[in-house]
Design a binder for this molecule. Sequence first.
Ligand SMILES: Nc1ncnc2c1ncn2[C@@H]1O[C@H](COP(=O)(O)OP(=O)(O)O)[C@@H](O)[C@H]1O
Ligand SMILES: [Mg+2]
Length: 363
Amino acid sequence: MENPFVPTAGSTPPELIGRKGVLDEFSYGMRIGSGAPGLLTIFTGARGIGKTVMLSEAEDLAREAGWAVVSETATPGFMGRMGESMRRLGNELGNTTPGRKITSLSAAGFSITTALPPEEQVGWRETGKQLLQLLAEQGTGLIITVDEIHATDRTEISQLAASVQHFIREGLPIGLVFAGLPSAVSDLLNEGVATFLRRADRIDLHAAAVRDVEKSYAKLFAEGGFDLDPRIVRMAAQATGGYPFLIQLVGYFLWREAELDPEITEEAASAAIAHAQKRNTRVVVQAALSNASGRDMDFLKAMAQDEASSKTLDLASRMEATSSTVGNQRARLIDAGIIESAGHGVVRFAIPGLREYLLSLPE
Ligand SMILES: Nc1ncnc2c1ncn2[C@@H]1O[C@H](COP(=O)(O)OP(=O)(O)O)[C@@H](O)[C@H]1O
Ligand SMILES: [Mg+2]
């Protein structure tokens, strides 16, 4: 058996740990159809927590239920790309549905580099409506997923929200599943443009229980024919903190050690864990910090001096900055998904390994 772990963004893991029941409401929504609460779902959470994987799960469930799927990432022009996908689906369907013969659904093209100009929005809606009517005739519908909604300006998201709201009002079978960093999503929901989205089921994804990681490791390694010492399994599971990307990384490097020598020693396990942490730092921590300014870094380094969470008042005095300066920076870093609020006036790191990384930097 080859190494089953997939330490790659968006890859479906060998076992989806700690997500039982998360999509029940969504599945139920597809049974009820148009307007069901579960058909409007937003996943939020830090980088590497498993948002993209949950979108893929939702897409799989939709396809199993016979629904059509349009899947996009919120980079500029996604509305246009979505329009093209809907048109293609509509044409395929129109040519296979008995009694329906559609040769060309809404002929005009969509701009695919920017938000849609008003006249194209009309065409987009018409295309969507025709597709949804075809699907409704078959007793199914359309699920739209949009990943990384923090990465776009709000214009296209609000265009999408307005159109989906419109379809729901007409009783058409549509579902919308979003994923993005927590604070960007909060901002979006608080903005007037997409108030309709406040009705969405917001699911905050968190780390899994370490105990469940342990069970999963024990099972997967046993399936691979490796008989690991339970102490090693526990040690590896604990090192992940239940954080999905680390679960895959630690599992992956531990498996490689096991391939070299199935009798994994504590030393070999430590080496695997160190490898995993290093990779996590490079992929997640450094990516998260890539746009951080010098002042941001000072703020984060001031935070790293605390054990678990930090009081913003303490940070202000440590940095010799005014509370309003510190407040602004706090907001910026929360937006970026680097830190998160841990109660009133308290913040903590949102990414595992960030503190260790900051402490390892030269002064
Ligand atoms: N529930 C889970 N259990 C185990 N591994 C997971 C789980 N969810 C995600 N992963 C793994 O974590 C990594 C990051 O997942 P991804 O969906 O790309 O995160 P995000 O989109 O939040 O940044 C991937 O390697 C994926 O296989
Ligand atoms: Mg993702």
